[in-house]
Design a protein around this ligand. Structure first.
Ligand code: NAD
Length: 443
């Protein structure tokens, strides 16, 4: 089958590469000339495990190509996937300008039936807007061309995106047209062989399902963070509590890790967007507002602990920071907790010596070369001359570090652990002042 994908970011590129891998002919369209030039050379602008080989193989096999020309894109694929960004607007709503720009562009070049598949995360009612924009553009052109709009939200996780796309938990297809549903089912058949994971539903339910899933996951995290903060006040250890809770199969162990807040390109913006959608229809989504507020507070907790430990005397200090990405196995720093922390440390006059296995380039892109930031080539170098170590991202390489070396390199053996990686007793026995999240240390 022939597929066109608008947007070559995390979602568009993974979707394109995976659809090509199973034999389709995929053309990826983007508006960023630099990105397209790099992709044409087989250079992947993002860090996603396995993606470089998948893209290179499929370019070589002639099944995957890139272009800046949307007219070529509209001609190419029966399926026209929209996978562009939907960043948050100032009021928390999802900014649909990129999605609607693609819809307009498709309609400007449309001369035959196409299925427009919305893969971006968009509020309920966006498919209607896409349809209206396309119909208006076609009417202006005097071109009565037929098309369908489908909602097909994406559930992949950065860092495991290829596996998630190849072996999805579910494939949600929102459409009001049974013929389109069958064509979509056929496109996804290679990813749906083991048992049927395709769920066909109305468009609005499909659009809402994506927000509901992300809001649920964010709720689990904020709930655990709320409990962690309470555990600290009560002198309990949230890690024991977590295991005790998770053993109940109705609760389960997944996604109940407390920490220094959730970030990334999805949870923060999707919770805000769903809350905004609710407000628009006169429904106050109280729980969503609380999930967001708890997370906002949680992202400040590491700084508060550092501030308290040094009795507010932070000016001129140096902090070693391990982990910049919002989670392991990605270079994505959108809304990362590391950013909240670094910005607070800088405002307090602290020098940050940071290391991340893959997000250093992204950090330089975001912050340039600041005099109060040193990006170190490895995590052990980051320790040199620092007053304390802070861990923000739970990369594997940080899980069993050389504590003797840490103790020798830090001015004082002080460790703030935003991901509860270590045993507090063990660290205390080694002579560390150890601060984690929710582990019985009242402030
Ligand atoms: P991204 O920012 O990585 O990529 C978006 C791409 O779209 C960029 O390359 C940009 O240049 C391109 N673009 C913008 N306007 C365009 C246009 N008019 N025509 C063609 N290309 C255009 O975004 P992403 O992380 O891939 O997210 C895309 C959507 O998928 C968002 O709605 C997001 O919420 C959703 N989503 C993301 C993830 C994730 O983990 N990143 C997971 C599931 C769903």
């Amino acid at each position: 089958m022939k597929v066109t994908i608008y947007g070559s970011g995390y979602v568009g590129l993974v979707t394109g590469a995976c659809l090509a891998e199973v034999g389709n002919h995929v053309l990826c369209v983007d508006i960023d000339p630099d990105k397209i030039a790099r992709l044409e050379q087989g250079e992947i602008p993002i860090h996603e495990p396995g993606l470089d080989a998948l893209v290179a193989d499929n370019i070589a096999a002639g099944r995957l190509a890139f272009t800046l020309d949307p007219a070529e894109g509209v001609r190419h694929g029966l399926f026209q996937f929209i996978a562009v960004g939907t960043p948050p607007d100032e009021d928390g709503s999802a900014d649909l300008s990129h999605v609607l720009a693609v819809a307009r562009t498709i309609a400007e070049h449309l001369d035959d039936y196409r299925i427009v598949v919305n893969k971006s995360t968009v509020p309920v009612g966006t498919a209607d807007q896409v349809r209206t924009v396309m119909a208006d553009t076609l009417a202006q052109r005097g071109a009565p061309v037929d098309f369908d709009v489908v909602s097909n939200p994406e559930f992949l996780k950065e860092g495991a995106a290829i596996d998630d796309f190849m072996k999805p938990d579910r494939i949600i297809i929102g459409t009001d047209n049974p013929r389109t549903a069958e064509l979509m089912r056929a496109l996804y058949a290679p990813f749906n062989r083991n048992h049927d994971r395709v769920m066909i539903m109305d468009i609005r339910s499909a659009e809402l399902t994506k927000y509901a899933a992300n809001a649920m996951l964010a709720t689990k995290i904020s709930f655990m963070n709320e409990l962690a903060n309470l555990a600290e006040k009560l002198g309990a250890d949230i890690e024991h509590v977590r295991q005790g809770m998770g053993s109940d199969p109705r609760i389960g162990y997944h996604f109940i890790y407390p920490g220094c807040g959730y970030g990334g390109s999805c949870f923060p913006k999707d919770v805000k967007a769903l809350e905004h959608t609710a407000r628009q229809v006169g429904f106050p989504a109280r729980l969503l507002a609380a999930v967001e507020a708890v997370n906002h507070h949680q992202k400040t907790r590491l700084f508060d602990k550092i501030h308290a430990h040094f009795n507010g005397d932070l000016q001129g200090r140096t902090i070693a920071l391990w982990g910049l990405a919002f989670k392991p196995n990605t270079d994505d720093m959108r809304e990362a907790s590391s950013r909240t922390l670094m910005e607070a440390l800088w405002a307090a006059g602290v020098h940050v010596r940071a290391h991340d296995p893959v997000a250093m380039e992204e950090c330089t892109r975001l912050y340039g070369s600041r005099p109060d930031l040193t990006l170190c080539q490895d995590h052990e170098t980051a320790l040199l001359g620092a007053d304390a170590l802070v861990i923000v991202t739970e990369w594997h390489v940080f899980r069993s570090p050389d504590f003797d070396l840490i103790r020798r390199r830090l001015k004082t053996p002080t460790l703030f652990d935003g991901r509860n990686l270590y045993d507090p007793q063990y660290l205390e026995d080694l002579g560390f002042a150890y601060y984690a999240i929710g582990r019985g240390r009242a402030e």
